[in-house]
Design a protein around this ligand. Structure first.
Ligand SMILES: *Cc1c(COP(=O)(O)O)cnc(C)c1O
Length: 451
């Protein structure tokens, strides 16, 4: 086959520029967030401190929505609660028009308490017990069935009633990305997904409304979504032809990259990841070209998480100490550890000093405050000289840290939000010894100790 012409493309690469000291420090001082002084925030609310920018959340959300809306007439976002389920954060997304996407009863209840109408909650995940399914049926929520046992529980529960459940199935498939995520939902290639569809179609109490997939996370190739969208369309078409059921929505899940840099990546994340337009093109072009009649185009649902919130989150911290390791390398100990920065296990988070510095830089390891060897934020980073008491800003921490953080060795800090007018609000208070002790109890015979 004759190779087709491809127009030349020039792309600016910012990574790896050298300065006269060798590899450049990635950094300029960051003294403000949304116009609010970093020093003032830390003086007032303590260190460490999570800061969330409402302006950035809204801006990123609108950019993502627009990328899809200009290409496709029916688009709906559903906020992935597990990515960041602080109520204030969820409410911003709901104000912007997002439904809720939850993967546990805890998250489901949080969405209800946040005022999300039950019929706008997507209930995903492998862990929905009978009670949860009952609540979801009563509230007309969208139940995304994960496995046959869940399907059978639902069928048995509804048997003999006039209740109807609104359901979809989660589909997993080969999209050319390995390892394949095949532990959630029903497999496409093996025929399992089709089998589930036919079992649902045969039930009077089940209304099959949609098809769902979530092919992975931090997906570096947009084309995987084109493969996924094609397989979803094929299932939808077969469902219409063979079962006479028109699929109302295709939920393409999440997985879009934030601009964080993955560990081991040579280039900065922002230089290599697809953007919202790339993802939107891959998904929308596939659906539009598939052959649905315009009036029968399915609603396109997206559950993108990290790409919408990572850049709105900052973690402020202080230098506790600097020291030399046995081999002479510099080590800087921060009050921010992996207990609150879970994502440092897979990202090289950008770290900026919060004060002016000279042109000198040194290579160093950044450690957290935990008395645990694994507590390392950056194994190797070139930063200006830091001393005890200096402050740093860690970037793009909005996704997964405020849900996966752990209360290990020490307590979790405050989270504040800077609203669009520059006002600062505490949206989650720091934990105290009382927070932890309120759930503990000591048997009578251990109440006193003879020391
Ligand atoms: C976690 C999750 C998401 C969000 O994933 P991101 O990679 O953060 O975009 C969306 N849908 C489902 C079902 C999930 O489990």
């Amino acid at each position: 086959m004759k190779p087709s012409y491809e127009r030349p493309l020039i792309q600016k690469l910012n990574a790896g520029l050298l300065n006269k000291f060798g590899s450049r420090t990635e950094y300029t001082p960051v003294k403000q967030i949304d116009g609010i002084s970093v020093n003032d925030l830390m003086d007032r609310y303590g260190s460490p401190l999570f800061v969330i920018s409402e302006t950035t959340i809204r801006r990123t959300y609108q950019r993502a929505l627009k990328a899809f809306k200009v290409r496709y007439p029916k688009v709906q976002f559903a906020w992935s609660y597990k990515t960041n389920y602080l109520d204030a954060v969820c409410k911003i997304f709901h104000q912007e028009g997002s439904w809720a996407e939850v993967v546990s009863r805890f998250e489901y209840d949080k969405a209800i308490r946040n005022g999300v109408p039950g019929n706008l909650i997507i209930f995903n995940g492998p862990d929905k017990i009978k009670e949860d399914l009952k609540t979801a049926v009563v509230n007309r929520s969208l139940i995304h069935i994960d496995h046959f046992d869940e399907l059978y529980t639902l069928i048995e529960m509804l048997d003999g009633t006039s209740d109807k459940a609104r359901v979809a199935i989660r589909v997993n498939m080969d999209t050319g990305i390995y390892p394949q995520w095949d532990r959630f939902g029903f497999n496409y290639e093996s025929g399992q997904a089709w089998n589930a569809i036919m079992k649902i179609a045969a039930q009077q109490n089940l209304e099959l409304e949609g098809l769902h997939c979530h092919i992975g996370t931090y997906m570096l190739t947009a084309s995987a979504y084109a493969v996924a969208a094609r397989k979803m369309c094929e299932l939808a078409q077969a469902t219409a032809e063979k079962a006479g059921i028109r699929i109302k929505y295709l939920d393409m899940g999440g997985g879009f990259c934030s601009s964080n840099t993955l560990k081991g990546s040579y280039l900065q994340g922002a230089d290599v990841i697809p953007n919202f337009d790339d993802y939107a093109d891959a998904i929308v072009n596939t659906i539009l070209n598939f052959g649905f009649k315009p009036e029968e185009l399915p609603l396109l649902i997206l559950e993108t998480g990290r790409a919408l919130i990572d850049d709105a989150g900052y973690l402020l911290g202080s230098v506790l100490a600097t020291k030399h390791l046995a081999n002479g390398r510099r080590a800087t100990v921060l009050d921010v550890g992996v207990n609150i920065l879970f994502t440092s296990f897979w990202y090289n988070h950008r770290v900026s000093p919060a004060q002016d510095f000279t042109q000198h830089a040194e290579e160093m390891a950044l450690y957290g405050p935990l008395c645990m060897n694994i507590d390392c934020i950056r194994e190797s980073v070139s930063l200006p000289l830091l001393k005890k008491g200096d402050r740093v800003v860690i970037h793009e921490v909005g996704a997964y840290n405020m849900t996966q953080w752990m209360q290990f060795i020490t307590l979790r800090p405050k989270v504040v939000m800077i609203d669009t007018t520059g006002k600062v609000h505490v949206i989650r208070n720091n934990e105290t010894v009382e927070t932890i002790l309120q759930n503990e109890s000591v048997p009578d015979h251990l109440k006193t100790i003879p020391l």
